[in-house]
Design a protein around this ligand. Structure first.
Ligand code: SAM
Length: 292
């Protein structure tokens, strides 16, 4: 109680006393570095006003820091072996609720309504299970629960993609799906050595901040995501070829694609990685205008 959970000796002692073998299949790598935890809480800008949702509390290292800084914490943990451990490690914090559910199956809006005071600012903070980083991000972005910010640790290679600029190798469909709704910034690169056990990759903390509502929105959001996905389907092909794979190669289709690209003032020979979110929106609307 007097020592933080996030400390290599205490983490190992807790694991030993419960005979806990980590499950690699659940992405269990526990944080043992207080600096990194301070940085996460600082980056998320958490105050006593805020409610926080955590994904995967593990043995409680990050949860403890969140409980100290926030009003209330609701944490989703899939592995029921961790429940008795969390009961003990978080015994002193009466503002934490552990929910034994798979985050990808949880009804988040219902859980928020049931467990949290909905008038408070809501943030999401997690040291993510890396095997499901992308599905978790996609479901958080598409879901109806709105977060003021999302501060998440993930494998560095994925973090690079979220915060990528147009024209770089890391820029892709995931970048656009995220940057369509949130501003993404890389907050900190984290070496593998601060985890027990150490993962096989380096990590990074990414901060996603809700954008003020977008003024430039596509006429059809589903069509926008379809065009984005198709644009990056074959990374070595240019935009023209990827759009033909999406819409077909009939002469009238080609004419329609060409007129949409002209209307959007986009060079057919460029690759999708050169297009900004706004250009993809303009392109989608132009394709719609050309009846594609
Ligand atoms: N927060 C702890 C820390 O920083 O030390 C543990 C982080 S560990 C990288 C990821 C955690 O997510 C593990 O506790 C794992 O059991 C949990 N987890 C894995 N899949 C999950 C899922 N689908 N839903 C909820 N939790 C999950």
């Amino acid at each position: 109680k007097d020592i933080d959970i996030a400390n290599p000796a205490r983490t190992k002692a807790i694991m030993n006393s419960y005979g806990l073998q980590v499950k690699k299949s659940l992405g269990q790598n526990f944080l043992t570095d207080q600096n990194v935890l301070h940085n996460i809480v600082f980056t998320a800008d958490i105050s006593q006003e805020d409610n926080v949702i955590e994904i995967g509390p593990g043995i409680g290292a990050l949860t403890e820091y969140l409980a100290r800084a926030a009003h209330q914490v609701m944490a989703f943990e899939i592995d029921d072996r961790l429940l008795p451990i969390l009961d003990e490690t978080l015994y002193d914090y009466d503002n934490v609720e552990i929910i034994n559910q798979d985050i990808l199956k949880a009804d988040l809006p219902a859980m928020v309504k049931e467990h949290l005071d909905v008038d408070r600012p809501l943030k999401l903070v997690a040291n993510l299970p890396y095997y499901i980083t992308t599905p978790i991000l996609m479901s958080l972005l598409a879901g109806s629960v709105k977060f003021e910010n999302i501060v998440v640790m993930m494998q560095k290679e994925v973090a690079d993609r979220l915060a990528a600029e147009p024209g770089t190798k890391a820029y892709g469909a995931l970048t656009i799906a995220v940057q369509y709704r949130m501003a993404a910034e890389m907050a900190m690169v984290v070496p593998r050595t601060v985890f027990v056990p150490a993962p096989n990759v380096d990590s990074a903390i990414v901060k996603l901040t809700a954008l003020p509502s977008r003024t430039h929105v596509p006429f059809d959001e589903a069509a926008f995501f379809k065009v984005v996905k198709a644009g990056f389907a074959h990374r070595r092909k240019n935009l023209w070829n990827n759009l033909q794979s999406l819409f077909g190669k009939l002469p009238e289709t080609k004419t329609a694609i060409q007129s949409a690209l002209d209307a959007a003032e986009i060079d057919p020979k460029i690759r999708a990685e050169r297009l900004t979110v706004d250009e993809f929106i303009t392109l989608t609307d132009a394709l719609h205008g050309a009846e594609l």
